[in-house]
Design a protein around this ligand. Structure first.
Ligand code: CTP
Length: 137
């Protein structure tokens, strides 16, 4: 019997204060294959990127792991680990929002690279600004 290996999709991000843009991205990424693996930025890595997350890594991981279209969450601690992860998990497709278009073309040597269109009008940064503004009222 010939058993087909599941098609692994891999994506990365901070996924802080989960919103509909994240949900759309994750759902559409998962639909490209059989399993969705998410490299979730650690708190120190977020800090290095100039982001201070509202929810700590542990909470962001718990939330993602409980979404029906996420199969595995692992830690992203550096920019350079993507190639290693793709080989380790034998990922078929790397997916990321098109705010990153062209930035990860190097990975095309290892797997398919797909830039998905971002959901307009929403981001974690916008939500944080809105909460801060409401707080001032
Ligand atoms: N994303 C998306 N649509 C949005 C926001 C994010 O498709 N409206 C995608 C990003 O392109 C990325 C993933 O979701 O592939 C994780 O993005 P992340 O940076 O964690 O979310 P943002 O809301 O963009 O956060 P921030 O404002 O802190 O940059």
């Amino acid at each position: 019997m010939n058993v087909r290996r599941p098609k692994i999709i891999i994506t990365y991000g901070s996924f802080d204060v989960l919103h509909r843009g994240h949900i759309n991205l994750l759902r559409r990424a998962r639909a490209l294959g059989d399993k969705l693996y998410v490299g979730l930025s650690s708190d120190p890595f977020n800090h290095a990127k100039g982001k201070l997350s509202v929810f700590p890594y542990r909470d962001r991981k718990l939330i993602l792991e409980n979404l029906k279209f996420v199969d595995r969450v692992f830690k992203e601690s550096s920019w350079s680990q993507k190639a290693r992860d793709i080989k380790k998990y034998q990922a078929d497709t790397f997916v990321i929002g098109d705010d990153w278009r062209g930035k990860f073309d190097e990975l095309k040597k290892l797997c398919r690279v797909v830039y998905l269109s971002r959901t307009g009008g929403i981001s974690t940064t916008k939500i944080k600004r809105r909460i801060a503004a409401l707080h001032r009222i």
